[in-house]
Design a protein around this ligand. Sequence first.
Ligand code: ADP
Ligand code: ZN
Length: 301
Amino acid sequence: MLYGALEAGGTKMVCAVGNENGQILDQESIPTSTPDETMPKVIEYFKAKVSPELPEDDRIKALGVACFGPVDVRPRSATYGNILNTPKIAWRNFEMVKTMKDALGIPVGFDTDVNGSLLGEATWGCAKGLTDAVYFTIGTGIGMGAMSGGKLIHGMLHPEAGHIFMSRVEGDDYKGHCPNHGTCFEGMASGPAIEDRWGKPAKELADRPEVWELEAKYIAQELADITFTLSPQKIILGGGVMSQSQLFPLVRKYVAEYINDYISTKELRNINAYITPAALNGNQGIMGAVKLAVMAAETEE
Ligand code: ADP
Ligand code: ZN
């Protein structure tokens, strides 16, 4: 069975066709500019995959969308499936689910980009078989997807754990980069915050150990807080900043230090597996979107 998958990101829209095993059979990237410019190209890609001219088995049965946010993921809400108050002004209030449903006439599954990546990892990657896990992207912004008891967490809207308040690390007087909170986690630790604090893009700071020491201390505060609140069995870290693999051992060391033996579980004793990079080589988001499509098709049956 074939499914459509859309990973809707702030810089690009990844459109793909996959099967129920998460294999990606076709993929195309479309730059994200404005809805008027971008969405007709996205629709064109998927319209060709539902065409009545295709043999029935070659048509996609549903579409899954893992979308940058904030987004309305509450199925009973009047604005379900819409992008909400994003800093990308042209996309505010864009009706993502309605637009795709109207264009394609197939079931559409929808969630945040980070829940999508987590779902990919939980279905086919490093969180397979787990019921409780979180996925962070640490990039231009910071977002967290979370699964509890086998269900992706939405709650009142969806978690925004990138905006947890931080205790300032001694000696750091950076003013913070979040327009709403200044020194929240995203304000202290996102890619743009690193660049603003140190005066150079993060990837050009690879050989400055003090940059990654400080970064690891903020990331570790967040992961300790999430360990205490959500009690995940695994924490997966992705996003551009985490491509600095030197961060992993530092983050693990500080998480252990901050938890300070208050919790002792087999997961925390094996901290290399507890705090881990994504396993699906950058495909976690698009594969998660395939799974959202599979779930949407099952719901409509
Ligand atoms: P986005 O969050 O926009 O979807 P990314 O996850 O790639 O995209 O994050 C982009 C951010 O990650 C930028 O702020 C950039 O500074 C940072 N980044 C990208 N590559 C690296 C790298 N190799 N090392 C450190 N930071 C990086
Ligand atoms: Zn913030």
